[in-house]
Design a protein around this ligand. Sequence first.
Ligand code: G4P
Length: 529
Amino acid sequence: MTEEKKDDIISKRRTFAIISHPDAGKTTLTEKLLLFGGAIQMAGAVKAKKEQRAARSDWMKVEQERGISVASSVMTFEYKGCTFNLLDTPGHEDFSEDTYRVLTAVDSAVMVIDCAKGIEAQTLKLFEVCRLRDIPIITFINKLDRDGQDPFALLEEIEQSLALDVTPASWPIGMGRDFKGCYDLLNDKLLLLDKTNKTTLSEPVLTADGILDEKIDALLGQNDATQLRENVEMAKALCKPFDLNSYLEGHMTPVFFGSAINNFGVQELLDGLVKYAPAPRAQKTPARTVEPTEDKVSGFIFKIQANMDPKHRDRIAFMRICSGHFKNGMKLYHVRSEKQLLLHNPVLFLAQDRELASEAWAGDIMGVPNHGNLRIGDTLTEGEKFSFTGIPSFAPELLQKVRPVDPLKAKHLGKALMQIAEEGGASVFKPLIGADWIVGVVGALQFQILADRIRTEYDVPVIFEQTSFMTARWLKGNPNDIKNFVDKNRANAAQDHDENWVLLARNDWHLNKTAEDFPKIKFIKTKQN
Ligand code: G4P
């Protein structure tokens, strides 16, 4: 393969995620993107998955339907010569570290905002993760067919609450019942809403010769045309013009207005992704930066999903390819264990079914069937010893004690918890004193999900109970200082699944006091691999 061909393939990859607060329209937009990307069957699966999620009380049924959840964990589609990999971020209900880790595997994000609600809690949280990694963001303000906030107010809110430059990529004409369409500011096109058309792409009604083009008056009527011009003029005065570098560096977000349910603005968003969103980026390791165009394959595991196929008790490790050209049957070097690993039947996530991966490039996501040897954060290479960094573990916000209903099953429980911790499903700590395990999660609902999983997958009914510990901190320091600390704090010391020591703190005062008493040790909230 020639170098140009390789560069061309990689430069046409777009690996991204959609971030939003629940109900802003992520599922609807995903469906539409897939419809227009030709993955029509998938679109149905996204909706089905969402509906199943809604039936919260019936969690296990959801688990049985994991087939759907696999297919829509990574959705691949083609549009205008680009290959898109859309990574699903879990919704609010099952919000966990998983979401953060998925964002380590993307090159850009689309932020969906409900025009009536503006920036909401979950949007903000996810945005902060993107910012930490300088992930460029395109904003899609959705539901313009409903009454919402004034577009200027929305832009100001984004700018203020996210400390980000905003620039409108399109400008809406009316809102709610009066919503007529948008003027595409980047391409000088007038797009009018056709409410009867929910399944095909909206064609621009007019390619205008600038905003002053008289044809706009003819199509919109005098009043709307004048109003549009005033608004556009004001927006141009208030907002900086679109600056590609500023967007790519994560300082500026272009804002598209639309209505996902009406297919409106979706094509412009897709065109925006084709034109502006970054191709696979270079990835850092402490040893060196790895360029996507390098010949040798490398990648990292960012997510592990258990028992996705009810017929096989398998686990799939999701690997983001960072460089090289992967071909089926390749052996890769597993840096942590220093062993060669034959990747049996890796899967790509095309259309509805898992498809056997025959080849993959930087930016692609591959599912690797895993029998316990791969963990989140692991790096695979063609032999070079380096490790991608930055895949985070967060100090859990909620801790509970867990014990088996049948005390004879303590060992089984230990094994189950270890596996779950390795998959990143929860933090698991073994205190130095006592027989109980402490489990840490980010959202309260996760305890219930874990109890269900341990009972059904490992046949160990368990009881979660309150504990006097509030949070955990990883210890960083030289080994002697850590040993000294552990000796003096036996009642509050524990180890995680990787045998890293942690402090289990009872409250803020306890945490602060301990930090004062042991100045040589750092008490860390986020562990990076
Ligand atoms: P989410 O994944 O972000 O949680 O949001 P989702 O797409 O499920 O959308 C949430 C609700 O908002 C859905 O209504 C959906 O139909 C609606 N919606 C999405 N885009 C638009 C839009 O452009 N305009 C309007 N008016 N509504 C939109 P629902 O009643 O909760 O579900 P459904 O019965 O319609 O599926």
